[in-house]
Design a protein around this ligand. Structure first.
Ligand code: MD6
Ligand code: FE
Length: 200
């Protein structure tokens, strides 16, 4: 298994074989039937460019009331179960961790991006975050535990997995841009990023 370390971020290129990626997309389509993608707004009311949903015991929500984890989709339905393929990746790569309680599903259209942020709404920051990329390539920027300073970027491809733990767990990171239509995995193009987290 190939592994690249950049600023403490563990990157596993081509971790998921193509067939597994397709099976995962099918499982996600089923999740999104139960819990459709929504376009969140920031607490200040600005629409984000990424569409979001979730699976697991909790989903991460952003709206005028703030950022938080919720046990239900805004429609009132419980979030669907986390697909087994993802639970298996978690067990393989972070066996020491507790079970994931949230799989955030982010969908990026061609022009979507995500500003530099920390993942810090979870109660136990000793637990890792694991991300899976599907579809079009994305330029992932990794920084420091405080805002600003030097950064390094890497193109994340379909099937790549990133683990944030230890010092990297609280590092700033973001997505600068997507390379439109360079993957055939998603029929309508775009990119899906899945992040597994322990919330409580
Ligand atoms: C993305 N990822 O890849 C955004 N967060 O679209 C994240 O924000 C992220 O990749 C925590 C851990 C890994 C990640
Ligand atoms: Fe993040």
């Amino acid at each position: 298994m190939n592994k690249v370390l950049i600023r403490g971020f563990e990157i596993y290129p081509d971790y998921l074989p193509k067939e597994v990626q397709s099976d995962l997309v099918d499982a996600l389509r089923s999740c999104l039937m139960t819990a459709p993608l929504i376009r969140p707004v920031t607490p200040r009311g600005k629409p984000m460019s990424v569409r979001m949903s979730a699976a697991g015991a909790y989903g991460w929500i952003s709206d005028r009331k703030g950022y938080r984890y919720e046990a239900r989709h805004p429609s009132g339905v419980a979030w669907p179960a986390i697909p087994k393929i993802l639970l298996d990746v978690w067990t393989e790569l972070v066996p020491e961790a507790r079970r994931p309680e949230c799989c955030l599903i982010n969908w990026y259209a061609d022009s979507a991006k995500m500003g530099m942020h920390q993942d810090s709404d979870e109660a136990d920051l000793s637990q890792p975050v694991l991300s899976v990329s599907l579809g079009d390539d994305a330029l992932f920027r990794m920084g420091n535990t405080t805002r600003g300073g030097k950064t390094e970027s890497v193109w994340l491809k379909s099937g790549d997995v990133v683990v944030m733990r230890g010092s990297a767990r609280q590092a700033f990171h973001g997505i600068d841009r997507i390379k439109p239509n360079n993957s055939a995995l998603l029929a309508d193009g775009g990119r899906i990023n899945l992040t597994l987290r322990v919330v409580t």
